[in-house]
Design a protein around this ligand. Structure first.
Ligand code: CP
Ligand code: NVA
Length: 308
């Protein structure tokens, strides 16, 4: 059975730490032959992407592998071919498949039929590759993860909120989500988060008050108020979120030497201000760079499990 990375709890706490350690090695030594052969990796997008697309393609080539990067909307998948049939066929050509798609059930179905590892490059529910980079960035800046408090403000029911919760508690962090009523994390995700937190000593708390949520936070982070695919969902995705904007006033309320993350793309003047994203607390550009190193580590680690 191949090892997949479809959501953050697909790695145990120990395995997540191994991937982060390997990330540090690849950051120090970016070029090598860990994917020589070459390992052929399909990287498929059904939604737009800048960072994920470029970091996977660059990372694979830096390690001697070969990436086939495709817009999924041009595949037969976009016509009548089933997800399962696509997975069975791509497993015959490639060593690993990376996929950005819509519902989590789509990538679950793909992975169930695939005979090679499958990596989630973002679904509506989770964005686990981003969280590996976020955790690595926090560890770089703060020297540790377990016991730190991370506050995410914004849409608490989106992929970033869910993955920060699940990946953060896996690392033993205290994760707070501050979101307006109606935008709180999905209950089934909170159940999985509670289970993981019980193993690691981490915790998860949902707030509606943004000021209470940032008090004592070591890390403050946010994301788009409207995620890809939600543009026409009929919800007001501006007014209820205005009190959750990451700005200088909010950041001053942590009372700590806080770092700020944003997965990007940023909507400047909406979920984050220019002053904050371009200011001294921002670790956003390192975070973006770390996508490259973390994904190389993840790919190599997953392919190593295959050989065990
Ligand atoms: N953060 C992130 O996943 O960016 P892209 O959508 O540009 O890949
Ligand atoms: N929540 C955002 C993340 C983009 C990287 C989206 O899904 O559009």
């Amino acid at each position: 059975m191949p090892r997949h990375f479809l959501r953050d709890d697909d790695l145990t706490p120990g395995e997540q730490a191994e991937v982060l350690d390997l990330t540090a090695k690849f950051k120090q030594q970016p070029y090598g032959d860990a994917l020589a052969g070459p390992k052929t990796i399909a990287v498929i997008f059904e939604k737009n992407s800048t960072r994920t697309r470029f970091s996977f393609e660059a990372g694979i080539s830096q390690l001697g592998g070969h990436a086939i990067v495709v817009d999924g909307r041009t595949m037969q998948l976009g016509r009548e071919e089933t997800i399962g049939d696509t997975a069975r066929v791509l497993s015959r050509y490639t060593d690993l498949v990376v996929w950005r798609t819509f519902g989590q059930e789509r990538i679950d179905e793909f992975a169930a039929a695939a005979t090679v590892p499958v990596v989630n490059a973002l679904t509506d529910e989770f964005h686990p590759c981003q969280i590996l980079a976020d955790l690595f960035t926090i560890r770089e800046r703060k020297g540790t993860l377990a016991g730190l408090t991370l506050t995410y403000l914004g849409d608490g029911a989106n992929n970033m909120a869910h993955s920060l919760l699940l990946g953060g508690v896996t690392a033993g962090m205290h994760v707070r989500v501050a979101a307006p009523e109606g935008f709180h994390p999905l209950p089934h995700v909170l159940d999985a988060v509670a289970k993981r937190a019980a193993e690691t000593g981490g915790s998860a708390t949902v707030f509606t008050d943004p000021h209470a949520a940032v008090d004592g936070a070591d890390v403050v982070t946010t994301d788009a108020w409207t995620s890809m695919g939600q543009e026409g969902d009929g919800k007001d995705r501006v007014t209820p979120f205005l009190p959750y904007q990451v700005n200088t006033d909010l950041l001053a309320r942590t009372g700590k030497d806080t770092i700020v993350l944003h997965d990007l793309p940023a909507h400047r003047g909406m979920e984050i201000t220019d002053e904050v994203i371009d200011g001294p607390a921002s670790a956003v550009w390192d975070e973006a760079e770390n996508r490259l190193h973390a994904q190389k580590a993840l790919l190599v680690w997953l392919l190593q499990q295959e050989r065990r």
